[in-house]
Design a binder for this molecule. Structure first.
Ligand code: L34
Length: 284
C-alpha cells in the first residue's frame, strides 16, 4: 500500500516559511502585493482564484482582485496589465487561465513585465528555467518537486516519466526533473507503448487531463506517482488522472486529488510573489 503524500501538509510548511519572511519584510515597511485577474465565469477558475486570495491573507500579502466580464476584449485586458505593470504596490501579476476565446493568451502573457510574472509563463522566465536560473519557479512543477522531496527519495539517476507536454506543466516539469539529474522521458498523445514506458518509471508524473488515465498496470512496484490532473466528473466529484484506488495498492508513494498538487501550486505562487517583492526592493 502506497504512502500518501499530503499536499495540504507540505503546502502549509511552504506557506509558513513565506509568512515568516513576509513578517520580516513588513517590519521594513515592505508588503508584498499580488494582483489576480480573472476574466469570465468559469467556476473552477473562481475556486482557484479564491484560494489564491485566501493564501495571500494567510501569509500577509496584499491581494488585488480584478474580475472582468466574459466579453472583455484583448485590448481592455492588455490595458489593465499595463496599469498593473506600472503600479508599485503590485509585485506579482497573475491572469488566471483559461481566458475567453477572443483573447490571445500568449499576447497577455507576453505583456506581463517579466519581473512581475509570478506564474513564470513569460518567454523570458521560461528561458531562464531552461538554463537552470530559477528566479521564478513554475508553480505547479515546483510544487511537484516539493512533494517528491518530501518523500526523501533522491531524484538523481532515477527514471522519471512525465505524461503531458503542456507549456504550463509537462515541459517545465521535465526541465526541473532534468536539473535534478533525473533521466526524463516525456510522453504525450502520440507516444507509442506508453504503458511500457510508464512501467519503467521510478517517478511518474501524470498531467494529462483525463480521469483514471493511469491504471495500475502502468505503474512500477514502489514508484512515486504524482497526479497533476484536475478533472470534474459528471457527478461533480473532483478526480485526478490516476486510478487512485488501484494504483495506491502498487505505488510506493501517491498524491491524492484533491489535497495533492493543487494546494502546492498556490503555495509556490506565494513563494514567487515574495521573491518578486524582494527583487523590487533590491533585497536580491
Ligand atoms: N495563470 N492560470 C494561471 N496560473 C495558474 O497557476 C493556473 N492554475 C491552473 C489553471 N489556471 C492557471 C491553477 O492555479 C490550475 N490551478 C489550480 C490551482 C489550485 C487548485 C487547482 C488548480 C486547487 O487548489 N485544487 C484543490 C481542489 C479545488 C477544488 O475543490 O476544485 C485541490 O485540493 O487539489
Amino acid at each position: 500500500m502506497a504512502k500518501l503524500i499530503s499536499g495540504k501538509e507540505v503546502s502549509s510548511k511552504v506557506k509558513a516559511e513565506v509568512r515568516e519572511e513576509t513578517a520580516e519584510l513588513v517590519k521594513k515597511g515592505i508588503k508584498p502585493g499580488l494582483a489576480v485577474v480573472i476574466v469570465g465565469n468559469d467556476p473552477a477558475s473562481r475556486v482557484y482564484v479564491n484560494s489564491k486570495k485566501k493564501a495571500c491573507e494567510e501569509v500577509g500579502f496584499s491581494s488585488f482582485e480584478y474580475a472582468l466580464p466574459e466579453e472583455t476584449t484583448q485590448e481592455e485586458l492588455l490595458e489593465l496589465v499595463s496599469k498593473l505593470n506600472n503600479d508599485d504596490s503590485v509585485d506579482g501579476i497573475l491572469c488566471q487561465l483559461p481566458l475567453p476565446e477572443q483573447i490571445d493568451e500568449n499576447a497577455v502573457i507576453n505583456a506581463i513585465k517579466p519581473d512581475k510574472d509570478v506564474d513564470a509563463f513569460h518567454p523570458f522566465n521560461v528561458g531562464k528555467i531552461m538554463i537552470g536560473d530559477f528566479a521564478f519557479l513554475p508553480c505547479t512543477p515546483a510544487g511537484v518537486m516539493e512533494l517528491i522531496d518530501s518523500t526523501g527519495v533522491d531524484i538523481s539517476g532515477k527514471s522519471c516519466v512525465v505524461i503531458g507536454r503542456s507549456n504550463i506543466v509537462g515541459k517545465p516539469m521535465s526541465m526541473l526533473l532534468l536539473h535534478r539529474n533525473g533521466t526524463v522521458t516525456i510522453c504525450h498523445s502520440r507516444t507509442k507503448n506508453l504503458a511500457e514506458i510508464c512501467r519503467n518509471a521510478d517517478i511518474l508524473v501524470a498531467a494529462v487531463g483525463k480521469a483514471n488515465f493511469v491504471t495500475a498496470d502502468m505503474v512500477k512496484d514502489g514508484a512515486i506517482v504524482i497526479d497533476v490532473g484536475m478533472n470534474r466528473l459528471e457527478n461533480g466529484k473532483l478526480c485526478g488522472d490516476v486510478d487512485f484506488e488501484n494504483v495506491e495498492k502498487k505505488a510506493g508513494y501517491i498524491t491524492p486529488v484533491p489535497g495533492g498538487v493543487g494546494p502546492m501550486t498556490i503555495a509556490m505562487l506565494m513563494k514567487n510573489t515574495l521573491t518578486a517583492a524582494k527583487m523590487h526592493n533590491n533585497l536580491i
